[in-house]
Structure formats: structure tokens, C-alpha cells
Design a binder for this molecule. Structure first.
Ligand code: C5P
Length: 232
């Protein structure tokens, strides 16, 4: 895959109604929609159907970051893939290569299977916090996780824009990088520790930028989406 960078909008608002109102405002744009824990736990599969009803061309990224024993992860991956509504979902690379392989083996023959990414390091970690848990520096460990993800046959990784190029160089240019922690035009970083803007993302060959609060907290989300799309 080497296309232009894509925008993935995070739907992290407090209610289904608010998320759907946001999506209505941006329904004419070619964007991906990211549905995370909060939204999926509350609104479930019906919410995914509601999104496709607004515009069937929307692509849906189900950001549940699966992490469990291999068989349980594969069961969940199979169900997600059979919904026929999800275009991409993710797992944690730290669940291990065996778990990732088990997931891919289980879904590889499902027609139009979703893309599968693995989370390397959460973008809310700084190096000190990361090292406490994983015992290594973020960039080194993120590269190792990415290599394991690539070997397991997944389509790409969730990483910070700071690791995107390095990960592509140590795997493949085609290996997808999807990067949260994006503040398109240098907006407030909030709880994200390693944030990057659009230009930095472009320079680092990021495939998908994920943007949440800079869009949905803005009084004119449509204008922000339009400005982002003009710049990517
Ligand atoms: O509002 P903001 O743009 O910071 O939202 C980023 C989104 O990306 C949130 O939904 C967050 O859960 C998600 N995410 C992240 N870091 C990761 C993976 C996902 O921030 N490594």
C-alpha cells in the first residue's frame, strides 16, 4: 500500500447521539472512523451499522486492542471479521507472536477480511514510563514489536509518528503505520506524550493519522477535517 496519507477520525464522544451528530457533519468526506472501547462497549455493533447507514463508503477501524491468550484473541478476531462491517481492527503486539499468528491463521480465508494492526507502544507513554513496564527504550522495543508483527503476517502497526519511518525501514515500505497522538496544526497535546503534526507525519511516511479531540472538541469539526484533508 502506498497511497496518500489517510485521516482516521476518533469517535470518542460521550454518547452515541453525539458521535453520530459528528459523523453527520463530516459524512461527505473520504475518512476512516475509529471506534474505540468506550463507544463500542456502550453502543455495540448497532453503532457500526449506524455509521455505514450514514455513508456506506466510510471505513471503520475497530480499536479494541485485543490482548488475551491466543485462542481467545482469534475467537474475537473471527467474530469481528465476520461482522462484515469492520475494515480494520487491532491487537497488542505484546500479546506475542504466537497470538498474532493464531489470529491471522484464523481469519486469513475470510473473504474481504479486515486489515489487522498491532499496537507497539501506546502514544501516552514517555520513555521513562514505558521502560518501567517493558524494560527497554521505546524506540528499540517498538522496532522489535513491529518486526514480530510483520513476521506474524499482520498488515501493519499502531505506533507514534516518531517511529513510523524506522519501522518501515526495518520491515517493509508497504507495512502500514497508523499513528495516534497527532495534533495536525500543533494543537494542545492533552494527555498524549509524543505528539506530531501533519507535516512531520508526511515526512515520516505515516499511512494513517488518527485525530480525535482536535476535531471533536472544535466548534467547527467539518472545517478542521476539511483543512486536514487539504493538507495531507
Ligand atoms: O483525542 P486524541 O487525538 O488524542 O485521540 C487519540 C485516539 O487514539 C484515542 O481514541 C486513543 O484511545 C487512541 N490511541 C492512542 N494511542 C495508541 C492507540 C490508540 O492515543 N497507541
Amino acid at each position: 500500500m502506498k497511497k496518500d496519507m489517510r485521516l482516521c477520525v476518533s469517535l470518542d464522544l460521550e454518547s452515541s447521539a453525539e458521535n453520530l451528530a459528528l459523523v453527520e457533519k463530516i459524512k461527505d468526506y473520504d475518512v476512516w472512523l475509529k471506534v474505540g472501547f468506550r463507544t463500542y462497549l456502550r453502543d455495540g455493533k448497532k453503532f457500526l451499522e449506524d455509521l455505514k447507514a450514514i455513508n456506506p463508503n466510510f471505513k471503520i477501524f475497530l480499536d479494541l486492542k485485543l490482548y488475551d491468550i491466543p485462542n481467545t484473541m482469534a475467537d474475537a478476531a473471527e467474530d469481528i471479521s465476520k461482522f462484515g462491517l469492520v475494515d480494520m481492527f487491532n491487537v497488542h503486539a505484546s500479546a506475542g507472536i504466537e497470538a498474532m499468528q493464531t489470529v491471522m491463521n484464523r481469519i486469513k480465508d475470510i473473504p474481504n477480511r479486515p486489515l489487522v494492526l498491532a499496537v507497539t507502544a501506546l502514544t501516552s507513554f514517555d520513555n521513562v514510563g514505558f521502560k518501567k513496564i517493558y524494560g527497554e527504550d521505546i524506540d528499540k522495543k517498538a522496532r522489535e514489536f513491529a518486526k514480530a508483527t510483520f513476521e506474524a503476517g499482520l498488515d501493519g502497526v499502531v505506533c507514534s509518528a516518531f517511529e513510523s519511518l524506522d519501522i518501515k525501514n526495518s520491515t517493509s515500505k508497504e507495512f502500514i503505520t497508523l499513528c495516534p497522538g497527532i495534533r495536525p496544526f500543533g494543537e494542545d497535546s492533552q494527555d498524549q506524550k509524543r505528539v506530531a503534526d501533519i507535516n512531520f507525519s508526511k515526512e515520516n511516511s505515516v499511512d494513517f493519522i488518527v485525530v480525535g479531540r482536535p476535531i471533536y472538541k472544535n466548534s467547527d469539526p467539518k472545517a478542521v477535517v476539511e483543512r486536514i484533508l487539504e493538507n495531507i
